[in-house]
Design a binder for this molecule. Structure first.
Ligand code: PBG
Length: 357
């Protein structure tokens, strides 16, 4: 087949495929005026036409905490991730600052002896998270601190709320979450992130924060949080995998639902969320895109533990290039509309981005 280049094709809209002409009878010649590959032919031109960019400003780094001093305990199911004692978490917060990562998110591994039916350790102003917040704020005040509000690291049954006769109570749980949020705000937390999926918790927490003169403390709502198998390694890290009774499908969302995510977003925004979040990330890019499009809110995404571990495991087996897969997954979130990404890759991605600068 002869191919002619550069000749305008008459009477054809820009969007009609070259294929149309061939089907119309002209098999002898293929006219190519539109050649998308021109914009891809070298790195300089690819840079010129690039639509989205990932920077260190997009990253939130989740850290796991554990009791002790000078302790770093590897999380087996998350290669490269460790549980850190408070002093080590301070070091990582300093590293975050050096790497220009704007914020970290703190998750405690609570000693099993401190877990009880109602998760009362969540309300202890001297619990692990609160001590870490104070220590980090003292040494690195300019790194933002995000704290999860939910009871699962503290309950003996591993659920995010109060469990009575096999049922997770909603309003009673919200009352406890409000107190947990106040304890964290008191310790110096900048962003309260309710991950529990109880109804009405954003509004209740906002009202309580305002009343207690924490008007500047922001709320990042886990808005569309799905009941997902991809949280498995996280539950190992915070020690709730073994204790969790049943599953979380009576409060976390059904992976089959999308419209419902929009309704959840509407509620969280009406209740006063400053930022909203979709979680997990990669299987839910459509949700991220739709929520961001519909509301124009700062919309975050959580690349959860299982997503991290899949990439790491495949890379360690030599099945994929881990660093490329990491960067591709992160730019995918930006393309889908993420304002920022919670990711265990944060320090590695930031190091890579700095080298590219
Ligand atoms: C707990 C919480 C979970 C995650 C963040 N907060 C797990 C869960 O809901 O069971 C998951 C994060 C991850 O998998 O990386 N409320």
């Amino acid at each position: 087949m002869a191919i002619k280049f550069g000749r305008p094709i008459e009477g054809r809209s820009r969007l009609q495929p070259v294929e149309a002409k061939r089907r119309a009878g002209s098999t002898a010649e293929l006219d190519l005026t539109t050649r998308p590959r021109r914009n891809r032919r070298a790195e300089w031109i690819r840079r010129l036409v690039r639509e989205h960019a990932l920077t260190t400003d997009d990253l939130i780094w989740p850290l796991f905490l554990v009791e002790g001093t000078n302790v770093r305990i590897p999380v087996d199911s998350m290669p490269g991730v460790e549980r850190l004692s408070v002093d080590q978490a301070v070091r990582e917060a300093e590293r975050a600052e050096k790497l220009a990562i704007p914020a970290i998110a703190l998750f405690p591994y609570t000693d099993p002896s401190l877990r009880d039916e109602d998760g009362s350790e969540a309300l202890n102003p001297d619990n692990l998270v609160c001590r870490a917040i104070r220590a980090i704020k003292q040494r690195v005040p300019d790194v933002g601190i995000v704290c999860d509000v939910a009871l699962d690291p503290y309950t003996s049954h591993g659920h995010d709320g109060l469990l009575r006769d096999g049922v997770i109570l909603n309003d009673e749980t919200v009352a406890v979450l409000v107190r947990q949020a106040l304890v964290q705000a008191e310790a110096g937390c900048d962003i309260i992130a309710p991950s529990d999926m109880m109804d009405g918790r954003v509004g209740a927490i906002r009202a309580a924060l305002d009343e207690a003169s924490f008007a500047d403390v922001a709320i990042m709502a886990y808005t569309a949080k799905y009941a997902s198998a991809f949280y498995g390694p996280f539950r190992d890290a915070v020690g709730s995998a073994k204790t969790l009774m049943g599953d979380k499908r009576t409060y976390q969302m059904d992976p089959a639902n999308a419209e419902e995510a929009l309704r959840e977003a509407e509620l969280d925004i009406a209740e006063g969320a400053d930022m909203i979040m979709v979680k997990p990330g990669m299987p839910y890019l459509d949700i991220l895109h739709r929520i961001r499009d519909a509301f124009g809110m700062p919309t975050f995404v959580y690349q959860v533990s299982g997503e991290y571990s899949m990439i790491m495991a495949a890379a360690q087996n030599g099945w994929i290039d881990g660093e490329k897969a990491m960067m591709e997954s992160l730019i995918g979130f930006k393309r889908a509309g993420a304002a920022g990404i919670l990711t265990y890759f944060a320090p590695r991605a930031a190091e890579k981005l700095r080298k590219l600068e």
